[in-house]
Design a protein around this ligand. Structure first.
Ligand SMILES: *Cc1c(COP(=O)(O)O)cnc(C)c1O
Length: 361
């Protein structure tokens, strides 16, 4: 059986280094906001080309703290793609802001810049873009809209570590880039972890204060903060993994190229465009008989996944919040999309077997 993901196997190359790092942290006796977190923040900022990076507890928290740090008036409208993972929407809702859905481009699965302006009202204050599946959004028109309408920009870069648009890395275009290091992400920890990137020293300091109970000077609280810190042990693991992130990305790009060349035209494949450096957190195809195809692949020994089966505006939790939006493109994607194995644990042979199985459907 070819698994969709095997995190044990994907992390196996790093076991010895992880053990050394864990022992060193254990012996140091310093577990919260120490050397590993500070070093990782610097190394990750350098990697993506941002001035600052602040480690937090998860990708969701990275989004929430980013939105809180912008101090938008309660009830402000925030534009967000309709086909994102629910976390992006939750961050907006939990910050007392109103999500306004914009449909994606059916070819790229990312927010359609041409559909943003019709959704902007006098209450719109920000756009949260999502670089879904590891492909950057088309940033030039989005940055232009932000400038013309005086909107803040947050990037959900949870799936796009190292992905770039016109040579610039995702997470560095907006006021904030929010990253997740959930174990399955391209840069994954061995537990929950996240980070916020920014080029603004004042905003960076705001995130540092918000993540640690709202104080700069211990026990003197300036703002209503959170406990959302990246911990030392995870930061140690992330420092090790970061050194191999280029290798992981190249591996995924190689597997994606095999799919691109090998899969028949019965399947709609991800687009490959000039100006976009994609990192394939997910390699999805679309097919009208997705359920049948997924079952057929299981009989051929191939496990797949679906990202995602239900649109946010169709979720039970979003009744009264999103259910008034009409999102036919999102629904089409959610109905037909299928994610193929593309982990660091998969070999080129594995992918050739997956291609063979798909083409025989
Ligand atoms: C994973 C993910 C998140 C949330 O990250 P967590 O670390 O699980 O909180 C947010 N947005 C997107 C697009 C994601 O894929």
């Amino acid at each position: 059986m070819i698994p969709y993901e095997d995190l044990g196997a994907a992390n196996a190359p790093f076991i010895e280094e992880y053990k050394t790092s864990f022992e060193a942290t254990l012996k140091s006796g310093w577990f919260i906001l120490g050397k590993n977190v500070a070093e990782f923040e610097e190394e990750f900022a350098r990697y993506i080309g941002a001035k600052y990076c602040v480690g937090v507890a998860s990708g969701l928290d990275a989004l929430i703290l980013s939105l809180r740090a912008l101090d938008l008036p309660k009830g402000s409208e925030v534009v967000v793609p309709s086909n994102t993972y629910i976390a992006t929407i939750l961050a907006i809702v939990q910050s007392d802001l109103i999500p306004v859905l914009v449909e994606p481009d059916i070819a790229t699965y990312n927010i359609d810049p041409k559909k943003i302006e019709e959704k902007i009202t006098s209450k719109t204050r920000a756009i949260v873009v999502v670089h879904l599946y590891g492909k950057s959004c088309e940033m030039d028109p989005i940055l232009d809209i932000c400038r013309r309408h005086d909107l803040r920009l947050v990037e959900d870069a949870a799936q796009s570590h190292g992905a770039a648009y016109k040579g610039k890395t995702t997470g560095t275009f907006g006021d904030f880039g929010a990253f997740s290091f959930y174990p399955t992400k391209n840069l994954g920890a061995l537990g929950d972890a996240g980070a916020v990137a920014t080029n603004d020293p004042v905003l960076a300091q705001k995130i540092r204060v918000l993540r640690n109970y709202g104080f700069q000077k211990k026990y003197y609280n300036e703002v209503v903060g959170f406990n959302s810190r990246l911990d030392e042990i995870q930061a140690g693991f992330l420092r090790i993994k970061l050194k191999s992130l280029d290798v992981i990305t190249q591996h995924k790009r190689k597997l994606a190229a095999l799919y691109h060349e090998g899969l028949s035209n019965a399947f709609i494949k991800p687009v490959v465009q000039d100006d976009f450096f994609d990192v394939y957190h997910i390699y999805n195809i679309r097919h009208p008989e997705r359920e049948k195809l997924q079952e057929y692949l299981l009989t051929k020994g191939v496990k797949t996944d679906v990202h995602y089966p239900v649109s946010p505006h169709r979720q039970e939790a979003m009744k009264g919040i999103l259910d008034h939006f009409d999102c036919p493109i999102s629904e089409e994607i959610h109905k037909t999309t299928l994610s193929l194995p593309i982990s660091f644990c998969h070999t080129e042979d594995d992918v050739c077997r997956v291609i063979e199985a798909l083409n025989s459907f």
